[in-house]
Design a protein around this ligand. Sequence first.
Ligand code: MG
Length: 370
Amino acid sequence: MRIRTIKAYRMLQPFIDGPYKMSKGRQADAFDAVIVSLTSDNGLTGWGEMAPLGTFYSEAFAAGAEAGIAEIAPHLLGRDPRALTQIGRLMDIVFKGHPYVKSALDMACCDLAARAADAPLVTLLGGRESETAELYKVVTHGPVDTMAKVAKRIVSDGFNRLQVKVGGDVRGDIERVTAVAGAVPKGTVIFCDANAGWTPFQARQFADATRSLDYTFEQPCPTIDECLSVRRSLDKPMVLDESVTRLEDLLDIHRKGAADGLTLKISRIGGVSKTRNLRDLAVDLGFMVTVEDTGGAEIDTAAMAHLSLSTPEERRLHAIAFHEWVTVKTAVKPPPVEGSRMGIPDGPGLGIDVLPERLGEPFLELGRSV
Ligand SMILES: [Mg+2]
């Protein structure tokens, strides 16, 4: 089985609910997605997607992925898409660094490999651990009253897990989280995500003032050591997200005891294959795990769902349904969402049926059709 053609598309996916706001004025109105399709000589097609959250969230930007994919793609023609580790090594040899550029290509190879095996991707990722995964909703950064109102609405919609954005002015954020916690029923799961916005001094101020609230602290500061220094005086669980970019980070966090949980983002780590490796190791080392990504529609969300559902339930934190965030529809049979839980569509590979006509003209077309 060989890769015969490669196409890549760039697609703007506007948010249904308006701008996504993080602390310090970081804001995006849409995912700027790059979507890849690979076809094989036996007539199968695999799909991959990479969608950064603006240019401020991770070291990824869509124009970078567009340029990088054009460099890497010619090396993949004629390769066996099922040889996932080999393809990962090849991409790292011909194109140094930039894991996000390789993410959609790896995802498409995973989809293709699973379709060739006539098995859902979740099976190739270790096996399905449950039917559905619990979803969380984000309360984006804004005025105190607005955040409390949004949190209340989310809970009345049937969701029990909130990620509240903090990491801005500490006094204001103390008010924000106190208002949110007061607006939702006791037992609502709250994550306070600072997105690396604070110094240890600020993070400790926040933690001290909110000691009576029940929440998990997510990535208060930029580095592992800064987060560790906060954790030493913290009586709450800590999850690291932005700090986990590769295996060495995971091992460093484990060695130092810097976190209880990890958020693994597919594009930041460089694709489904490498994320699966880190996920398996994190589970073995006793971490709680969320597998998600920086954004995307049906393709990326399906990949996240397959990784989430192959994570043991007792170690899984939560999942996110990004395809419900955007005004565009790129596939039928998307990951099914019922109430606050998400499953995976039936069928081989990612299980979705992509609608190529929705993607516009490809910016890259390589190889010849069968
Ligand atoms: Mg986070």
